[in-house]
Design a protein around this ligand. Structure first.
Ligand code: G3P
Ligand code: CA
Length: 251
């Protein structure tokens, strides 16, 4: 899974645009993804949920209220309904034409331009989402030949294991947050049995943790990196990727 934009020198961690360049544009929209490409991101990170009619749609929250002019839950609306919503005005009026997209639209628009990190968000709300995602990836790799690497990530370990059964060759990232018990070697080993990356929240990261994760053969993609100083430290620790709202900050 090697993908680097021309803007990114090979010895640097990958720059991963968190929900697109979401520091500048409304998250998970074409505007945010286009901006991240413009800014030289190596990967786009995006979140998926499932519509009432079983379409994989790109939006972070299970509910529509924060980032659209719709109300209620994504899973209670068809894709056709969701398409009509404005997903940009909440950020700034200039983005009023932004829409909720399906995953296929993302494949089509960004094929060959950046890698994709697809997060299954709250998969427990959507039984069968793992299979749907695996099938979508198979369809796109047959129809248009996937010209970029894809990584699938989630906080939900069971969903990742299920996804892997359907799609054993797509790299997997286990998202983790700070926990009072820490991230034990036992847990890292268990994760290494089904994943290729551990993706920790920045507030739990130190050099030792990165070394321990690396010692199990896993890569590390850290989120969410918002300043240059933190990025420099993480680069010294040897992390594989920086997930950021501001891709331009790190070139
Ligand atoms: O990529 C890591 C990050 O996206 C996980 O948190 O809430 O932004 O999806 P969240
Ligand atoms: Ca995410």
């Amino acid at each position: 899974i090697i993908w680097r934009s021309e803007a990114s020198p090979p010895s640097q961690p990958f720059i991963i645009a968190h929900r697109g360049a979401s520091g500048y544009c409304p998250e998970n929209t074409f505007a945010a993804f286009d901006k991240s490409i413009e800014q030289g991101a190596d990967y786009i990170e995006l979140d998926i949920q499932l519509s009432l009619d079983g379409k994989l749609v790109v939006i972070h929250d299970p509910a529509l209220d924060r980032t659209t002019n719709g109300k209620g839950f994504v899973k209670n609306w068809t894709y056709q309904d969701l398409r009509r919503l404005d997903s940009g005005s909440w950020f700034h009026e200039q983005y009023k034409n932004e829409r909720i997209h399906c995953l296929e639209d993302i494949f089509t628009r960004y094929n060959g331009k950046a890698g994709l990190i697809i997060e299954m968000k709250k998969p427990s709300l959507y039984p069968g989402i793992e299979k749907k995602l695996a099938e979508a990836l198979i369809r796109v790799s047959f129809s248009s030949s996937l010209k970029y690497p894809v990584i699938v990530q989630s906080f939900n370990e069971n969903a990742l294991k299920t996804f892997r059964e359907y799609s054993p060759h797509i790299p997997i990232g286990m998202l983790v947050k700070k926990h009072p018990a820490g991230l034990s070697n036992k847990k890292i080993k268990r994760i290494s049995e089904f994943a290729q990356f551990i993706n920790p929240k920045i507030n739990m990261v130190n050099r030792r943790l990165i070394q321990r994760i690396h010692s199990f053969g896993l890569g590390v993609l850290v989120w969410t990196v918002r300043d240059k100083q933190a990025a420099e430290k993480l680069r010294h620790f040897g992390v594989e990727g920086l997930i950021t709202d501001y891709p331009d900050l790190f070139h």
